[in-house]
Design a protein around this ligand. Sequence first.
Ligand code: ATP
Ligand code: PAF
Ligand code: BAL
Length: 281
Amino acid sequence: MEILRTKVEVRSKLSQVRNSQKNIGFIPTMGALHEGHLMLVENAKLNSDVVVASIFVNPTQFNNVEDFEKYPITVDKDLELLKQKQVDFVFIPTVEELYSSKSILKFDFGYLDNTLEGAFRPGHFSGVGLVVSKLLNIVKPHKSYFGQKDLQQVAVIKRLVEELEFDVQVVTVPTIREHDGLAMSSRNIRLSPEGRTKSTILFQSLTYAKDELKSGKDWFKIKEQVVNRFLHSAMCSLEYFELVDTHTLEIKNSISDVSQASICIAAYVEDVRLIDNLEII
Ligand SMILES: Nc1ncnc2c1ncn2[C@@H]1O[C@H](COP(=O)(O)OP(=O)(O)OP(=O)(O)O)[C@@H](O)[C@H]1O
Ligand SMILES: CC(C)(CO)[C@@H](O)C(=O)[O-]
Ligand code: BAL
């Protein structure tokens, strides 16, 4: 496995790969790797000749300074895991390397910027759009892999790729969970043992709502129950709990007029903000 730190190195190594007619699979990450990230790598390994991962905690996508400063960093362990998975190249740029000039470009993803994550994290998707555009332009992969855990991010990136004509296929990989259902996330390691136990409320709320919806219960009643459950749970506070069209992320009040629906949740457990979602149909 080769570690690349500059854009020049990445461009030079990967143009050789492309010239030898090999396919490149790319997994962008912010590090603090877990089984969810490794599943993206495994998918890439199955479908590409050469696998490239990046580790970069992108400052422009953080709307909250404390969240940025507390973002877990475990580079040595990450490199060990990527090596075990036989990743070919890892790109680890510094902030100066990717943002050599202070960016003035902003992305506006319209509706996607004003709902769910967009509404609670102003500027977040603009930062994601910016860094993903940079990474795709530097790595020029044939396929790029993203987790379904960040459902809205997938919608944003698909839109970015479509509108800016990036020549890449966006592949979505299902969410990998802990044994008790908690979606794996780098931020989980910030939870105290008690917070970790309480954090199952997210997945439990999703599965409860899915079962109730399937048995015909009214969405507003289900949502009320979930809101109440959070109000009675010390350490946990709900930010949103919404039924959406899986593709457009449009908010729905029932599953009667959609072909694919998901429930999306964001909640704080202690001071850690967690998100998750579950496909309903
Ligand atoms: N549990 C998971 N299952 C599948 N993919 C995941 C999972 N967690 C993260 N990913 C995907 O891995 C990629 C890199 O994500 P990132 O490095 O932000 O990790 P993360 O665990 O989502 O961290 P956090 O949510 O704390 O920011 C993204 O495409 C993300 O959707
Ligand atoms: C796609 C991404 C690597 C961009 O920084 C990040 O948002 C993430 O890890 O999901
Ligand atoms: N995986 C999402 C990245 C973020 O929370 O900023």
